[in-house]
Design a protein around this ligand. Structure first.
Ligand SMILES: NS(=O)(=O)c1ncc[nH]1
Ligand SMILES: [Zn+2]
Length: 259
């Protein structure tokens, strides 16, 4: 069912076709220091990604996504709050119409210009679609994008491909890419149980939100905003503000791996 981010099919309407969107474990949320609980038993997390697993980059009209081969434990995330390994399936971005907003999670009132999500699924379930029906089915590593003067050179590779996927439905080969080159220095993180931030908003995600943002340039954010949410034979509508507003935390604990 066609859902979007504005007007009559925006986030406030999603629950009409996707009732889970009004659940008690929805994402994103506000992360406020006052309500976070330092958990010294939390382990560090580790990503072991095979660059050869990267396959294609695409514009699906909602985001820019890089897809990986997840047919075996080839690129995995482990540790942190997770039991066992989770397979990397795809990464994608959320961003705003200007540099002062665009992230989905909000930290102590701070909205970043964007947010990178690396989505992994638990191979103890037979496939991805089975995993999204389980509370421990999915793990998303979230990294904030902050606009600054000295952008991370590793972002260039993704943004150079944007010209090849300008319009909805366009896909281009994206070989030999290890997304861990995008990680910030610090592995400090917050973790909580939540949901997909897009419909059907299943509540199957262990979120691992990194404290340290990565720096991108204003030009790089403008590059993301040059994507169109429409196909090439349709009017060019800028793909911007593809972020869901924060949702009620209710009775969830947000744990921090750092003091
Ligand atoms: N933004 S999210 O990571 O919750 C997501 N991944 C795939 C669909 N939605
Ligand atoms: Zn996302």
């Amino acid at each position: 069912y066609p859902w979007g981010y504005d007007g009559d099919n925006g986030p406030d309407q999603w629950h009409k076709n996707y009732p889970t969107a009004k659940g008690r474990h929805q994402s994103p949320i506000e992360i406020n220091n006052k309500e976070v609980h330092y958990d010294r038993s939390l382990l560090p997390w580790f990503a072991s990604y095979d660059p050869g697993a990267a396959k294609t980059i695409l514009n699906n009209g909602k985001t820019c996504r890089v897809v990986f081969d997840d047919s075996f434990d080839r690129s995995v995330l482990r540790g942190g709050p997770l039991q066992g390994v989770y397979r990397l399936r795809q990464l994608h971005f959320h961003w705003g119409s200007s540099d002062d907003h665009g992230s989905e999670h909000v930290v102590n009132g701070v909205r970043y210009a964007g947010e990178l999500h690396l989505l992994h699924w638990n191979p103890k379930y037979s496939n991805y679609l089975d995993a999204v029906r389980r509370t421990d089915g999915i793990a998303v590593l979230a990294i904030f994008l902050q606009v600054g003067k000295t952008p991370k050179p590793e972002m260039k590779r993704i943004l150079e491909e944007i010209n090849a996927i300008k319009t909805k439905g366009k896909e281009a080969p994206f070989p030999n890419f290890d997304p861990s080159i995008l990680f910030p220095k610090s592995h400090d993180y917050w973790t909580y149980h939540g949901s997909f931030t897009t419909p059907p908003c299943e509540e199957c995600i262990t979120w691992i939100v990194l404290r340290e943002p990565i720096i991108v340039s204003s030009d790089q954010m403008a590059k993301l905003r040059s994507l169109s949410k429409n196909a090439e034979n349709e009017p060019d509508l800028p793909l911007v503000d593809n972020w869901r507003p924060t949702q009620p935390r209710y009775f969830r604990m947000v744990s921090a791996s750092f003091l």
